[in-house]
Design a protein around this ligand. Structure first.
Ligand SMILES: [Zn+2]
Length: 258
């Protein structure tokens, strides 16, 4: 049909005026299918099993982290006390060495003074023994804490791996849904642009009010939206209307596609 006059297409278009009216409502139905699909995708995204799993594992992980922090704090107390005792031992050892040096320096000959130094050394050694006992107590206190830290540290490492895995799985599942969402949304926007703005606004409002289904087919005498039968008088009234007149179901208020 190369070179056909422009008005040929115009005539052709006008000849299908009835179909155009039909397709305005068909477009609305198709738009609704897309909107319902988008609702389902949103719901599926929110309800992904790995999302709940991530919440559970994140909670378990933070409980464990708090447990580790508390054990570490206990361990720090023990370690600080042990360090304090070891420092005290070092001081006592230094003092004893100094006294020992004095004792064998040959500068002191008075027996009374020598006895006093020996007494001091003996006292320092007793002090050292007591400190060593206290260090042993701290070491015994530290042992189960060390074990607990090693055990919970290993558990934490395993949980971190699981947490990473579930996060990755969730991101992958979200990406699949998001990709599908982008496609459906683009088609939806394309369809919406073909619908009269007033009708579109009516459709949006009905969808909000009626749980997502604003348009329904009229099949026989039943509305496929609410599955109720329309009164014979109403059906007769509808039959007489123009094909492009917007008709609502008298029962549910949905836009009827005739
Ligand atoms: Zn209805």
């Amino acid at each position: 049909m190369r070179g056909a006059p422009a008005d040929h297409y115009g005539d052709h278009y006008d000849a299908n005026d009835h179909d155009r009216t039909m397709s305005a409502f068909a477009t609305l139905l198709e738009l609704q299918e897309h909107d319902v699909k988008l609702d389902q995708l949103r719901h599926r995204r929110a309800a992904l099993p790995d999302r709940a799993e991530l919440v559970t594992q994140t909670k378990a992980n933070s409980v464990l982290a708090a447990e580790i922090a508390a054990t570490s704090a206990d361990h720090d107390v023990v370690a600080r006390e042990q360090k304090r005792l070891e420092d005290a031992v070092a001081t006592v050892v230094d003092k004893a060495k100094a006294e020992d040096k004095k004792l064998y320096s040959g500068t002191i000959s008075a027996p009374k003074e020598l006895q006093s130094i020996q007494d001091e050394i003996a006292s320092l050694n007793r002090r050292r023994d007591a400190l060593d006992d206290s260090i042993l107590v701290q070491m015994e206190l530290a042992e189960p804490l060390d074990e607990q830290l090693a055990e919970s540290g290993a558990r934490k490492a395993a949980l971190d791996v699981q947490l990473h895995e579930v996060t990755e799985r969730l991101r992958a599942a979200e990406l699949l849904i998001d990709t599908e969402n982008t496609t459906v949304q683009a088609e939806r926007d394309q369809l919406a642009s073909q619908v009269d703005p007033t009708l579109l606004a009516q459709y949006e409002e009905l969808r909000r009010r009626l749980g997502g289904v604003a348009v329904a087919r009229l099949e026989g005498s039943s509305c496929r939206g609410c599955h109720l039968q329309l009164a014979a008088v109403e059906l007769e009234r509808i039959r007489k209307l123009d094909r492009d007149t917007v008709v609502h179901c008298e029962e549910c208020g949905r836009i009827l596609v005739r």
